[in-house]
Design a protein around this ligand. Sequence first.
Ligand code: NAD
Ligand code: UD1
Length: 330
Amino acid sequence: MSILVTGGTGYIGSHTCVDFIEKGKEVIILDNLSNSKAEVVDYIEQITSVRPKFYEIDLLDRDGVKKVFDENDIDTVIHFAGLKAVGESVAKPVEYYHNNITGTLNLLFEMRDHNCFNLVFSSSATVYGKPESVPIREDFPLSTTNPYGTTKLYIERILEDLCIADDRFSVVLLRYFNPIGAHESGLIGDNPNGIPNNLMPYVTRVAKGKLPHLNVFGNDYETHDGTGVRDYIHVLDLASGHFSALKALEKRGVSVYNLGTGNGYSVLDIVNAFERVNGIRIPYQITERRKGDIAECFADASKAERELGWKATRGLDEMCASAWNFEKIH
Ligand code: NAD
Ligand code: UD1
């Protein structure tokens, strides 16, 4: 039996494919390459010596999705495919709802038609909205502040309703905190198009001289140095969380886990660690707060440790070193 990885040529998907292949799983990738490149399949092969089957198909193309299920014996889907840029989602809500929600519905129709009932879904800490306290537990109230986040929350609800209606389904919702870093080969990593929205790819592009300086969005938050605090997790730890999550699929219904480290680091903590580890100065300017940002967001990651035996093991230095190694090579 094979595992279908939608969005498998993307940032988190590609690292997860490597992890699964190295652990002996057969992986099939479906991606429309809207935010990734076909070469990633070559890189996965270079790293693992196994070439996963790859379908360049859009989840909005239901016939295409059907073909993938017709041609393969798939018993589990890891569903990464989706659009993820917060600002863009505010400007193009219809495109975001269509891509993320219709794409997921097409996948669910074809899974059901092909007796495939196991799904791991990429959700996000964004579904906690503005949390009242930190660390954030899975049972905290859910809300969203932008259409991207709302697609995640709606998909979570759709999957809960599906599991109530059809007890053959097992679904794991993984709420990711802030993945950064890259595979040690430097072949795969976070490579956003255009000017990065997220902190670490922005920092690495400043380090490379592609951008003049980092804008630090506010230094008047109630945090230890006034800058925003987040739960940065090495993408390889996040990837291995998916393998651990397979265990939760043995149980029917919906399970939900935070995937984070439980540690909060500020923007300036990241800048300082990056400079120290890589020996490169990152010039920065303090600017206005970014609209919609919150002061602090970090996980209570104890449920995943307790129930899945999963825990992030890589520290901030490794995250900063691997992120820079990837940027240097690309
Ligand atoms: P990514 O953009 O690198 O990967 C997503 C992949 O999905 C891309 O390769 C893209 O081409 C593909 N895709 C998008 N729409 C598709 C469609 N309709 N049909 C087929 N393929 C499609 O993003 P990522 O950072 O690897 O994120 C993976 C998932 O995790 C996303 O669902 C994202 O929302 C979620 N997530 C990411 C983060 C983060 O910080 N990176 C945090 C929380 C949640
Ligand atoms: C962002 C998304 C969130 C998504 C998450 C992971 C927004 C508003 N939120 O969250 O929905 O789930 O990414 O993909 O985009 N920062 C700077 N300068 C920069 C970039 C960021 O100071 O150029 C700061 C931010 O203010 C924040 C921290 O760095 O304090 C991390 O930012 P970012 O990487 O964008 O992640 P999130 O804000 O957590």
